[in-house]
Design a protein around this ligand. Structure first.
Ligand SMILES: Nc1ncnc2c1ncn2[C@@H]1O[C@H](COP(=O)(O)OP(=O)(O)OP(=O)(O)O)[C@@H](O)[C@H]1O
Length: 302
């Protein structure tokens, strides 16, 4: 049974409809991604789940609780790491952990949490003296100090360098392995692809698809590409007659064959029949950005 149920929520800011009928269900123990461009309505959606914003229409249930009417009960089971949450500059790491822990009846051992987040050496350091990555890790620690069943993480790797991003991803996976359900808001495809079990793609306040990363990329027509240099010329028309092939393009001496299904097998079998050797052969799969283009008509990178 779903642990989070969002049914047809609508949120308007004056005359602008930021969230326009979003529905999604999150299963216990999964990392559920909410992926979309800036301004798509991701933060409004997750802050509604956390009871921090009140939708104008629709219904939300989190572990059977109404986030608005039962916000106090919800706070005991939900940890939130909000976009760009800032702490007072002089507050020390250990003090922040003590303070946040004091909000909960049975807080986690914050020393263990700092250890898990690789922040033990910084326990006495003031928030303002931490690096961006350390501040992000602390915000995750604070989201977890109440031993939540569900954690909402909003844009948690924005502004981090590549190594800090990868470390944060490892950490999110470790948190999930402890049984916490995670809702991850991101506009990074690589992050969504790497971490999420399922992803809701949101654009202009609407869900355009919910699927696994593989399921989303499989929706792209011609989602596979085989790239090679043939040892002898090959007739495009013959390649295009293969049912798996949707397109053939030439780039200098290189041929790129796009298609679906058992594309590699079909192409290499044809080459073998003509005794043509494929040098520098590479296989490329559609990624989430291709899926986003297929779903919305534009790139998330723009
Ligand atoms: N409090 C508010 N008052 C007025 N407009 C708002 C408010 N909060 C958000 N919006 C607008 O609603 C839309 C959706 O915002 P939201 O923050 O939910 O999107 P988002 O997908 O999280 O984007 P981002 O990644 O930029 O935060 C945007 O156009 C935003 O400008």
């Amino acid at each position: 049974m779903a642990i989070i149920e969002v049914d047809s929520i609508v949120k308007r800011y004056e005359d602008h409809t930021a969230v326009d009928g979003v529905s999604l269900h999150v299963e216990p123990g999964e990392i559920f991604g909410i992926l979309g461009p800036n301004g798509a309505g991701k933060t409004t959606t997750v802050e509604s789940i956390a009871g921090l914003r009140v939708p104008d229409e629709g219904r939300i249930s989190v572990a059977g609780l109404d986030p608005v009417r039962q916000r106090r009960e919800l706070r005991r089971i939900l940890g939130v790491q909000l976009q760009e949450s800032k702490l007072p500059e002089r507050l020390r790491v250990a003090e922040a952990m003590e303070l946040y822990g004091s909000f909960y009846p049975e807080p986690a051992d914050w020393r263990e949490l700092l250890d898990m987040l690789n922040l033990s050496a910084k326990a006495k350091t003031a928030y303002g003296k931490l690096s961006g990555g350390q501040q992000q890790r602390l915000s995750i620690a604070l989201a977890l100090v109440g031993r939540p069943r569900i954690a909402i993480l909003d844009e948690l790797t924005t502004g981090l360098d590549p190594q800090a991003r990868r470390d944060t991803w490892d950490l999110v996976e470790r948190v999930r392995d402890t049984g916490v359900t995670i809702v991850l808001v991101t506009h990074f495809m690589d992050e969504a692809e790497r971490l999420c079990d399922r992803i809701a793609v949101i654009d202009s306040g609407k869900v355009v698809a919910i699927d696994t990363p593989g399921g989303l990329t499989a929706r792209v027509d011609g989602g596979q590409r085989v790239r090679f240099r043939p040892s002898a010329p090959i007739d495009d028309a013959e390649l295009l007659r293969l049912p798996e092939v949707t397109d053939v393009t030439h780039h200098g001496t290189q041929i790129v064959v796009s298609g679906d299904g058992e594309l590699l097998h079909a192409v290499t079998s044809l080459l073998a029949r003509h005794r043509i050797v494929a040098a520098d052969l590479r296989i490329e799969q559609a990624d989430l950005d291709d899926a986003f283009v297929a779903l919305t008509g534009r790139s998330l990178r723009d």
